[in-house]
Design a protein around this ligand. Structure first.
Ligand code: PHE
Length: 340
């Protein structure tokens, strides 16, 4: 029996040396030490020994068990260390390896223009104001001197949500809202989305962007309006740009004007872009109609003001030479990346 024990220990030593991973090691542990393992078999066989031999054999078997256990532990330690070593080698990342830069987004041309315009106007003392896109008829029309059934309403094909609620057709309702909540003097610009029931084509979209301007103070005159808008055109399109004011009509301004700037394609000589006139229309404006001031709680005997409304798409198209407005909304990255 002693030989048998020695043989088992020798077998175990040999097998353990060959085990090259922790799974194989576990199989060996079961083989030698498990319930059906060779040492357990020997223990079971002790019944056949004489009572004097039993304690001695028992001690020998336990010693063998312990020494196999110690060998297994030692081997396990070595294998684990080796496996960990391998894992670390496999998972090593070379953080210095050069890689292509991931693609980044670009600022949308409309918002680039919007930001630039906000910079220009805040530089002249204007604050940015905002208002809701779902607007009451009252603010979108009535308080701007466009009563119900007024023919001038037809100029703006309106999306109605309810009888008295619309998708704002322009940013001008923010004028009315600001006049009702702020005490003059103040100067605001209001950028935002506006909606009109227009068919989509190269120059129309049911959703587009405007930037409203409003300045109210004592003794504000047409000169202030002209100076402000001339400075705006020069900052966005270049110092050599000329502006001219043509009489026009808006119910909320009196007098009203449309502003043209010299054609940036031909510098006023006349070309296809400006249809031979040398001028390009850029925006609408005027002196706030005293009726509008009074309706919104500002005394027109004390205060006067000017207002303007600028189409952002129009400015972006002129500035970047884009001839189809739809390009702004299609999200084609080949187009957008050009504004990086
Ligand atoms: N609200 C006008 C429009 O959308 C533009 C405008 C604003 C004109 C302010 C004059 C003053 O057509």
């Amino acid at each position: 029996m002693q030989d048998k024990i020695r043989q088992i220990v020798a077998e175990a030593r040999e097998a353990l040396e060959k085990a090259d991973n922790t799974a194989a090691l576990e199989a060996l542990r079961v083989q030698f030490q498990g319930k059906k393992g060779s040492l357990t078999q020997l223990l079971r066989g002790m019944g056949q020994l004489s009572p004097e031999e039993r304690p001695q054999m028992g001690a020998l078997i336990n010693a063998a068990r312990e020494s196999i256990g110690a060998m297994i532990d030692e081997r396990r330690g070595a294998l684990r260390a080796a496996e960990r070593e391998m894992q670390l080698a496999r998972e090593t990342i070379d953080v210095t390896e050069p890689r292509p830069f991931p693609k980044t987004g670009t600022m949308h041309p409309l918002y680039k223009v919007q930001d630039e315009m906000i910079d220009v106007f805040t530089g002249m003392g204007f604050d940015v104001a905002e208002g809701p896109e779902v607007e009451l008829d009252t603010f979108n029309f009535e308080l701007l001197n466009l009563p119900k059934n007024h023919p001038a309403r037809d100029a703006q094909d309106t999306f109605y949500i309810e009888d008295n609620m619309v998708l704002r057709t322009h940013t001008s309702p923010v004028q009315a809202r600001t006049m009702q909540t702020r005490k003059p003097p103040f100067r605001i610009v209001c950028p935002g989305r506006v909606y009109r029931a227009d068919e989509v084509d190269a120059t129309h979209s049911p959703v587009f962007h405007q930037m409203e301007g409003l300045a109210i103070d004592r003794d504000v005159s047409m000169c202030d309006l002209k100076g402000t808008l001339d400075a705006f055109v020069k900052s966005v399109f270049g110092e050599d740009m000329q502006t001219r004011f043509r009489p026009s009509f808006f119910p909320f301004t009196e007098p009203s004007a449309e502003v043209d700037m010299s054609c940036m394609a031909c510098h006023g000589k006349g070309c296809r872009v400006c249809k031979g006139t040398g001028w390009i229309e850029v925006l609408g404006c005027g002196m706030v109609n005293p009726k509008v001031l009074d309706m919104n709680g500002i005394d027109s005997n004390v205060y006067s003001g000017f207002a303007f409304g600028i189409g952002l798409e129009r400015i972006a198209m002129l500035k970047y030479g884009v001839n189809d407005m739809r390009l702004f909304y299609e999200g084609d990255t080949r187009f957008l990346e050009q504004f990086r």
